[in-house]
Design a protein around this ligand. Sequence first.
Ligand SMILES: [Zn+2]
Ligand SMILES: [Zn+2]
Length: 238
Amino acid sequence: MQSVVRAIYPPQCVACETLTEAEHGLCGPCWAQTAFISGLVCDTCGALQMGTDEGERVQCDECMTIARPWDQGRAALEYKGIGRRLVLGLKHGDRLDLTWPAAGWMAVRAAALVKENTVIVPVPLHWSRLVKRRYNQAAALAVDLGKHLKRPVFVDALVRLERTKPLDGVGRAARFDMLSGKIQPHPKRSAALRDKSVLIVDDVMTSGATLAAAAEAARMAGAANVSIVTLARVVKDT
Ligand SMILES: [Zn+2]
Ligand SMILES: [Zn+2]
């Protein structure tokens, strides 16, 4: 079956559609232009840090100044160039073909956070947005991440109480105010999170306000500890 699919749809680069050798990935030039994060990272959000990894726990400036209600975090790539294009394609462009390779890159970074009792949960989307967009890109990533990491995924353990306005252009403090308490444990389905290591998945981390609301909800559901993983981390140019 796989070979038939391959003959009809030869593998293409997910960024530029050039034909590639391997299935589900980037061609050489796109790979080189994608800002994958590796080396020394902030243990809380996964942002790349200056220096070499000597096993010490480091935090970025933002995570040292903003309360992060989760324990550890990682991100696969920086939100710029091809990384940014992939995130936008996933969010607005119906590019569900991206979730499998993207979840694979996330799995590489998240592996360090995974424990025996880890369960995976996406940041929820409000139902009205789900109707409009037809899918929750965080849930699609979570499902594929679960396959890569061989961990259970609970797509509706957390729920979004109300629809929040798009956060583009909204300042950091306002984002945290707008999101606070807007994500809650599902009255029944959140039982799956009790006493578990919960790994929360989202496509992109900007201020971290959405992830903070999701992490608080996971704690309310009785999570033993909470980590986050995103496909991309927005980093300010310095
Ligand atoms: Zn390419
Ligand atoms: Zn950080």
